[in-house]
Write a protein that binds this ligand. Sequence first.
Ligand SMILES: NC(=O)c1ccc[n+]([C@@H]2O[C@H](COP(=O)([O-])OP(=O)(O)OC[C@H]3O[C@@H](n4cnc5c(N)ncnc54)[C@H](O)[C@@H]3O)[C@@H](O)[C@H]2O)c1
Ligand SMILES: [Zn+2]
Length: 361
Amino acid sequence: MKEIRVRLGARSYSIVVGSGNLRTLASWLRRSGVGGDAVVVTNPLIRRLHGQKLFRALKQGGCSVKVFEVADSERSKSVKVAFSLVEKIARYGADKKVFVVAFGGGVIGDLAGFVASSYKRGVPFVQVPTTLLAQVDSAIGGKVGVDLPSGKNLVGDFYQPKLVLADVKLLSSLSERQVRNGLAEVVKYGVIADTTLFAYIEKNFEKLLKNDPGAMAKVVTRCATIKAAVVSKDERETKGLRTILNFGHTIGHAVEAASNYRIHHGEAVALGMRVACEISRRLKLMSALEAARLETLLTALGFSESITGIAPAKILHAMRFDKKFKGKKNRFVLARSIGKVIVRESVPPSVVEKSIESFLA
Ligand SMILES: NC(=O)c1ccc[n+]([C@@H]2O[C@H](COP(=O)([O-])OP(=O)(O)OC[C@H]3O[C@@H](n4cnc5c(N)ncnc54)[C@H](O)[C@@H]3O)[C@@H](O)[C@H]2O)c1
Ligand SMILES: [Zn+2]
């Protein structure tokens, strides 16, 4: 088991990564000083698969446990669902020392974190992520929020958890598509910060796709360490550092939206990373050889080599609605090599368009 610290002064917290470490939750809760009344936010599927293990661990820590389920859908990440949860917690816990436990993937984590940040102007909150994407990315860093009809993640805040407990055993029930979805983010960490991690994925991609617990624990630990370091230096994305976590995401978000979410986040990010490398290559920032290394790895992991069924105009249109676009200037995280990225503004639109077009089927 590994403990990683997110260092943010009074808001510092631990990320604990292991295999089977959900059993140790009680002692970590005691250390992080949350209350005694756990309100668990989850969905019916995760509750059925893994709920008993969590409830047992909470009760062992002497906590009372109340469970609120939401539907298994991105649509649960809404203002309506969030405030109905706040209302339910208020009715249940007026006289209690409530803390919120997010037990699920990124949807549950973002929603439950937002609920915890809103109820009584903030109650303690613990993340127990159950998808690979949530363990390496969304459960860490305090971005909480919900979607609006006009766009994803448009309401929310930075609200740090008191603890993140990532147990890779919980990942055993994920489908291969969901594992792959998370692996796109794992590859991203390799490209932005860690050649050793990238080489590890190249060597162990089959184990990772098969959800091997040892390989999973290794990459989750490494990714969580990288994200913790970035967040510790730039909590609110004001210093430009946190921006590098968006490698592959400018195009990725646009592809996701333009496909009406038929293409999943990780699949879209994989395409986004391919396009970002192509832009980097066209701007002579990255060698063709390095770009080919990323291409090869993404293909080995089973990611599509081309964008199918979406018009480039639709992707460019979706990009203009990206929160990360400052005014009219575009902004891309581009690669110099595997392990090193830079942020570039005002990339010529023709280069962006040609790069997207080179991946059309
Ligand atoms: N806050 C952040 O920093 C951040 C970062 C990245 C993504 N996100 C958000 O995360 C969300 C996506 O997260 P996700 O990919 O985890 O999707 P998700 O939460 O929808 O989970 C994917 C599916 O896996 C199921 N599932 C969860 N755990 C499982 C398990 N152990 N076994 C079997 N099935 C399981 C879920 O029920 C769901 O059907 C998006 O809303 C995105 O905006 C947030
Ligand atoms: Zn992502």
